[in-house]
Design a protein around this ligand. Structure first.
Ligand SMILES: C[S@@+](CC[C@H](N)C(=O)[O-])C[C@H]1O[C@@H](n2cnc3c(N)ncnc32)[C@H](O)[C@@H]1O
Length: 287
């Protein structure tokens, strides 16, 4: 048997089990089994199987067929062009969250000389995806990543160290903005926003493997973001920005909550690439 045949058989089994992107997932698992980069695997597809390749790939495939997410099986995943460690201690970062990173980067870069003194807070930092991506792209800013989960924070620290930004990102344990001392210019948050009913119907990859604490947020799903909006006026400086990712049907409610906390702010909802309402944007007026 040659490698391409092994890859094709893996793809077929994943596809039959209802896995989307079966080819990509089979390829990621095979690369992990062989310890090869994408380029090297593609160049060797017509070569015979190395010793034990079939058994190692089979073991990974079985885990995937049992609905374990691929990023947890291989232990890492890409977010905003960065390779980040992923374990069941924290949510697997989603591509839609890149919208928040992009918006934050653009806003910070538009701050001119103020950039050097900027302080950013990432609430519900998880594996540190947003905090690390911002720190890598903004070499002058300081960032605080907050999370209730100690195991998630340990993973976030590992990611900050791996990307050389641990000296500018502090990770602290606590609920929402409670551990924050002083004020900041930018609050970014991808907090849990899945309502109870939706949570119960999620696919097993999510419901049985990712931490419930990272996803589920009460009956409506907006409780934590609303609480963040209630706390934020004490911490966000004038001329500051708050960004919060949310679900497709939460925009209106969150705009109303934002207006109650920040009556003079510019408040809007940004849509993602699929044109779905995805992110609350609150820009407070300068003093
Ligand atoms: C949706 S995950 C997002 C993780 C990461 N920021 C990302 O975008 O991939 C939400 C995170 O919020 C954390 N969390 C849940 N409740 C929290 C609270 N009350 N205060 C702070 N963090 C909280 C969870 O532990 C989880 O790591």
């Amino acid at each position: 048997m040659i490698l391409t045949e092994l890859l094709r058989s893996g793809e077929a089994r994943l596809r039959d089990a209802g896995v989307e992107d079966a080819w990509l997932e089979a390829e990621v698992l095979l690369r992990h089994a062989l310890g090869l980069s994408r380029e090297v695997l593609l160049a060797r597809l017509r070569e015979p199987l190395p010793p034990r390749a079939q058994e190692t790939f089979e073991a990974l495939l079985r885990r995937r067929l049992a609905r374990e997410p691929t990023p947890y099986i291989v232990g890492h995943w890409e977010f905003y062009g960065l390779d980040l460690a992923c374990t069941p201690a924290a949510l697997i970062p989603r591509p839609e969250t890149e919208l928040l990173v992009e918006y934050a980067l653009e806003w910070v870069k538009g701050q001119g000389s103020r950039v050097r003194a900027l302080r950013i807070v990432d609430v519900g930092t998880g594996n540190g995806a947003i905090a690390v991506a911002l720190a890598v792209h903004l070499p002058d800013v300081r960032i605080v990543g907050i999370d209730v989960s100690r195991p998630a924070l340990a993973l976030a620290r590992r990611n900050a160290e791996a990307h050389g930004v641990a000296d500018r990102v502090a990770f602290v344990q606590g609920a929402l903005l409670m551990p924050l001392r002083g004020r900041c210019e930018l609050i970014v948050a991808n907090l849990p926003y899945v309502p109870t009913q939706t949570y119960r119907g999620l696919v097993p990859e999510i419901r049985e493997h990712e931490p419930e604490q990272a996803l589920h947020a009460g009956r409506r799903g907006t409780a934590l973001i609303e609480e963040l909006l209630a706390q934020a006026p004490r911490h966000l400086r004038p001329g500051g920005l708050l960004l919060a990712e949310h679900a497709w049907n939460q925009g209106k409610r969150l705009r109303e909550a934002a207006h109650a906390s920040f009556p003079d702010a510019d408040i809007e909802t940004k849509r993602d690439l699929a044109r779905i309402e995805r992110m609350l944007v609150v820009e407070t007026s300068a003093e």
